[in-house]
Design a protein around this ligand. Structure first.
Ligand SMILES: [Zn+2]
Length: 471
């Protein structure tokens, strides 16, 4: 019997707004605990939430990129539960009428995208005994999130990890999320079930929480799928429950069963009016959306005749794609620009830990360097030296080549003169070549390059030497 895994994801993404979703406190990560707080996000009686318009705009942007329908009216609801990091005793979320529904992204149907506030963070110290202490940091309380829920359309752990990675890419590309999973600004839960191959009905699902990297998502799903197949094929029944991924042990463990599941007693939040999003607002946001990575990838292949691989590499971020297009606009041939950006430039920036938007060698400067190679003024290996100097000094390629006398000897008469000297000084090798020993040709090329101190254009040397010897 073969089993088919069925996977749906729930992704929480923190929106990159300056302030929290219902108050003016900073939403920035990493401040001293409990410094980004006010009566609203601390849930003080009598305080009233006011919706952050920028958070709604970001959520609309993300929803449009995921192909969703944005609803003119959506409602905030209270999701009631008790936890020390939730001072109000409820989380403001959207339930019955979410902001957006019915999308399609990377072949996976998107059920819904809704807005909500994040909870605080509990910090535990010590072990499970009398010395154990728990602290609460409310800086994160009220930070704006979107929750993205997919239909159970994924069929393997690898596909789920790929999908999550594509989703992260597009959210970062749009500038609505920073993609930082370590800091928790992008988090993923997965609903997993298995069913016998060919069966249409879904099996009982378990929810796996705390998947804060692509690798953990894939590993946790692989483990959970194997565990469920094991249970079912031994005549057992999968229990509907929430499980946690234990990265250290490499397995999922039961956190709570359905019997212990919360009854959240959702009801519309009486302190917040309905969110009304006019069609004009959606149209304006849609009109200002950047070209998305997939579209740009296809255009790079079609418009710049780049291989798929290059187009993929160059669209890893908007900054890289912009840099590439700026280099091409400055006159660089697309493939040459792509090679430099993926090669020397990426290597140097990576080793310096510098983003391409702050590259000391701008796109126009790189195009200038490539032009010198294309014209034959400098050789490829020489260009790498020039590039290093450009990177270190911020000077333009022609200035460096001129100042350091690096230009190749490209002039026909100069090369012919060098060839004349070499032919005269190596009569034996010349005679051997003319007698049919072709390998001597390489030796003679080497002699000419040596006489030129490495600066002759090798292609020109080859052509002219051949002409001279075969004459
Ligand atoms: Zn606040």
């Amino acid at each position: 019997m073969t089993y088919e895994p069925v996977i749906g994801l729930e992704i929480h993404a923190q929106l990159l707004t300056a302030s929290k979703i219902f108050c003016g406190c900073s939403a920035a990560f990493g401040a001293e605990p409990n410094t980004h707080v006010c009566p609203v996000c601390l849930g003080m009686p009598g305080s009233l939430p006011v919706l952050n318009r920028a958070a709604v705009d970001d959520a609309i942007r993300a929803s449009l990129a995921l192909g969703c329908t944005i609803h003119e009216t959506s409602i905030f609801a209270r999701k009631n539960y008790f936890y020390p990091d939730l001072p109000k005793g409820y989380q403001i979320s959207q339930y019955e009428l979410p902001l957006a529904t019915a999308g399609l992204f990377a072949g996976v149907r998107i059920t819904r995208v809704h807005l909500e506030e994040d909870a605080g963070k509990s910090l535990h110290e010590g072990f499970f005994d009398s010395a154990r202490k728990t602290y609460v940091d409310f800086n994160r309380t009220g930070v704006p999130l979107i929750e993205i829920v997919t239909e159970p359309d994924l069929r393997s752990a690898g596909d789920a990890a790929d999908f999550f990675s594509r989703l992260r890419e597009v959210l970062v590309w749009l500038g609505v999320n920073d993609g930082n999973m370590e800091e928790g600004s992008l988090r993923c839960d997965a609903n997993v079930s298995v069913r016998p191959g060919g069966q249409a009905a879904l099996g009982t699902k378990a929810e796996v929480k705390n998947l804060n990297s692509f690798r953990f998502l894939q590993k946790a799903l692989e483990h959970e799928i194997d565990r469920q197949i094991d249970v079912v094929s031994n005549g057992g029944r999968v229990v509907q429950e929430t499980r946690l991924w234990d990265a250290g042990a490499g397995r999922t463990t039961s956190m709570r069963s359905k019997e212990e599941a919360h009854d959240y007693r959702y009801f519309p939040d009486p302190d917040l009016p309905a969110v009304i999003v006019a069609a004009e607002r959606v149209a304006a946001i849609r009109g200002a959306m950047p070209e998305l990575p997939d579209a740009r990838r296809r255009r790079f292949v079609a418009e710049h005749a780049l291989p798929e691989y290059d187009a993929h590499q160059l669209t890893q971020s908007r900054a890289v794609a912009d840099y590439f297009e700026a280099a091409v606009a400055a006159g660089a041939p697309a493939k040459a620009a792509s090679n430099w950006i993926m090669g020397e430039l990426a290597r140097t920036l990576n080793s310096d830990g510098v983003g391409i938007e702050r590259s000391p060698v701008g796109a126009d400067r790189l195009a200038g360097l490539i032009a010198l190679v294309e014209k034959g003024t400098i050789s490829g290996p020489m260009a790498k030296d020039v590039f290093e100097k450009m990177y270190a000094t911020g000077r333009a390629a022609p200035a460096i080549v001129e100042a350091e006398g690096l230009a190749q000897i490209d002039d026909e008469s100069a090369i012919a003169a060098l060839i004349g000297q070499v032919v005269a000084a190596n009569a034996d090798a010349v005679a051997q070549y003319r007698g049919g020993k072709a390998s001597t040709f390489g030796f003679l090329v080497g002699q000419v390059m040596k006489a030129a101190k490495g600066k002759a254009n090798p292609k020109r040397v080859n052509e002219l030497l051949k002409q001279t010897l075969d004459a």
